[in-house]
Design a protein around this ligand. Structure first.
Ligand SMILES: [Zn+2]
Length: 278
């Protein structure tokens, strides 16, 4: 099996898997969405009672939304995740109490009237842990309203809750094998016009397959060809795989971790099978 990267940005990955099969691509898809860990806010503590500002003016700790909804919104904010240094809280050397190796603490202190954004979450400690996507609206506070919360983020997986899902919109499709019988082709060009993806072009008085990677196997070119000389066949051993991220960690890190998890699983299976053979 071989992986060729087509596009790799922090929030998007696209690559071609060759000498593989759909079962493997699906295993990778499931691993990326359900098993690669990510940080997300799991505990939120709300301050109750009046909140005083610097001038001694009292604000009511209340917002137009229920605390549960505010907590839910906070939990969906992408939290910067470094998989190299972070541990699952339950498996951390601190025994689950919470330490910089397994938890990130944030505080949020806003007084109305104002809009509270994700960027208002202040990390307690390392400023590198500030929220990158800082304009996600959380709640709009009216006059005399205030919000003072402490939120704790920890590692989890998409299997537990979608807020911990690393890869988003992961999917794959077959590559197309497009064959044109040049000897019988009348170069009418209707196939070039009908293709919604611009796969075919007319060059030097013949139809050429210019971008086979863009073909979505719709078959319009085959339908429109009067001479019946185009053949589009899906290739199940060559797959175009893509996924996106919410920016919590780079797409590359998610892919590397996903492949590592799969490798460990196959290794465990191999060991179990070898004991059966003995
Ligand atoms: Zn810890």
């Amino acid at each position: 099996m071989k992986i060729d990267i087509v596009e790799m940005t922090p929030t998007k990955a696209q690559f071609v898997i060759t000498d593989a099969n759909p079962a493997f691509a699906n295993a990778l898809r499931r691993t990326l969405t359900a098993d690669v860990p990510k940080m997300a806010i799991e505990n939120v503590e709300f301050h109750l009672g009046p909140i005083m500002d610097e001038k001694g003016i009292a604000f009511e700790s209340i917002s137009p939304l229920f605390d549960e909804i505010v907590s839910h919104r906070l939990s969906l904010i992408p939290i910067p995740t470094d998989l190299e240094t972070l541990n699952f809280r339950a498996k951390c050397s601190c025994g689950g109490e919470g330490c910089p190796n397994c938890t990130i603490m944030y505080s949020l202190n806003k007084k109305g009237p104002c809009m509270v954004y994700s960027g208002d979450l202040e990390p307690i400690g390392d400023t590198k842990l500030r929220i990158k996507d800082d304009l996600i609206p959380i709640v709009k506070l009216a006059e005399d309203q205030a919000l003072l919360v402490y939120a704790t983020a920890e590692l989890g997986t998409g299997k537990q809750h979608a807020k911990w899902q690393g890869a988003i919109g992961a999917g794959y499709r077959y590559f197309a094998k497009i064959e044109i019988d040049q000897a019988k082709c009348d170069v009418g060009g209707s196939c070039v016009k009908v293709c919604p993806k611009g796969v075919l072009t007319k060059e030097d008085k013949k139809i050429v397959v210019k971008h086979p990677e863009k073909c979505n196997l719709c078959g319009s070119c085959m339908e429109v060809c009067d001479a019946g000389v185009i053949k589009v066949v899906p290739v199940s051993t060559k797959l175009l795989f893509r996924f996106e991220t919410d920016g919590a960690m780079p797409a590359k890190d998610i892919l590397i971790r996903g492949l590592k998890i799969l490798e460990e699983r196959f290794e465990a299976l191999r060991e179990q099978i070898s004991t059966l053979e003995e």
